[in-house]
Design a binder for this molecule. Sequence first.
Ligand code: GLA
Length: 394
Amino acid sequence: MFDPSGPVHVVRAPGRVNLIGEHIDYCGLPVFPMALQRGIRMTFQPRPDPEARFINRDPRFAPVTFTVAESIRPAPAGDWGNYVRAAAQAVAQRFPNLRGVNALVETDLPIAAGLSSSSALVVATALAILHANSVTLPALELIELLSRGERYVGTAGGAMDQAIIIGAEAGCAIRIDFHPLRLTPTVVPAGWQFLVAWSLVHAEKSGADRQAYNERTKQCEEAHRLVAARLGRQEDPSYPGLLAAASVEELLDVARATLSGVLLRRFRHVVTEATRVRLAEMAMARGKEGDLTAFGQLLDASHASLRDDYEVSHAELDRLVELAREAGAAGARLTGAGFGGSIVALVRAERAAEVMAALRERFYAPRGVAGDVGQHLFVAESAAGAGVLDSEAV
Ligand code: GLA
C-alpha cells in the first residue's frame, strides 16, 4: 500500500490506565490516569487526494476506505473503522480540503479491555492526517476536538481518554481537570508498580455496553439537577460547582432527602469518587516514597463504589480484584468504563512478581490462558503522550 519513492511516517498513540476517578469525567470532575507503554502504532503515507485507506495488521478488522470530509457516513455501530472516520471528520471540520493517507494499524494493546485502544486509534489517525497536511494544533485544542469528535461512534464519553493519550508525561500520573482543561503531573514513586490485568471479558465501548454507559451519564445529570434545585443552586451548572459550595457530607445529606434508589447511588459514587481522586493525588505526592497504603485503600473503596453504587463491575473483575488483594496488592479496582475490561492493582515493586504469579495460577490458569499470560497481565510503565516519530524507510 506504500509508495517506495515517498517518505513513510509513524505515529504512536499509547493506551491508558485510569488509576482513579472513574465515570466522573463526564460530570466535569478531575480524574487521575497515566499512559501505557503499549498502544497503537500507525505507519502512514500522505496521499495526493482526499481518499483515506486504513489496513489493520489484525485480520479480524477489515480494511477501511473513505473520503476525508466534514461529514463522513458511519459504518454500522461496532465497526472499528468508525473510530478512524471519527478522527478524520473532526480534523476535516477544523481544516478544509485535507489530503488523506494510506495507513497500516498495529497494536500491542488488548482490544476492548478498558485500556482505551479505541481513543488511541482516534488520536493516531488525527495526528497522521494533520501531519500529512503539515498542520498542527495545540494539545489542549486537539484534546477538545477529538473528545467531541469521538462522540461520532455514539458514546457520550468524557474527555479523559483523549486528554491522557495526548498529554501524558513519562513517569507520571496526570490529574486532568475539565472546563477549562488542565493537566497536572505527579511523579509515580519508584517503589510503586501498577499491574494491569484483563478479565478476559470484552468491554465493547461502541457495542452493547454503550447504552448502559450513556444511561449513566443521563442519571448523573438528573441527580445533579435535583440536588442543585434542592440546594437552591439551579444556576449552578456543574458538579465541581456543587462540590465547591458544600462538603461531601452535606451533599450526601441533601441527596438522601432528595433522591432515592438508582439516582441516589449514582450521585453517591460521583461525589465520593471525586474526593478519592483528590486524596489519591495527595497520597502519591506524599514524601519521597508516597503513601502506598492510603492509595491502595482508595483503590479498594473506588471498586466497591463502582460495583455497588455505579453498577458497572462484573463477576470476573470482582474476582481479579479479590485475588490481587489476597496475593498482597495494596489495593485494586476495575479501570475504564467497566462491564468487563481490566483491573488496576497497586503493589510494592518487590512484590509485583509474586502477585502476578498468583493471578496467573489462580485466575488465568483455571480459565485455560496461562500460557499466553503476558498478553493479559503486565506491569504498567507510565509512558509519554502520542506523537509522530521520525520518518522511516518502507
Ligand atoms: C470511557 C470513556 C471515558 C470515561 C471512562 C469511565 O473510557 O471514554 O471518558 O468516562 O469510560 O471513567
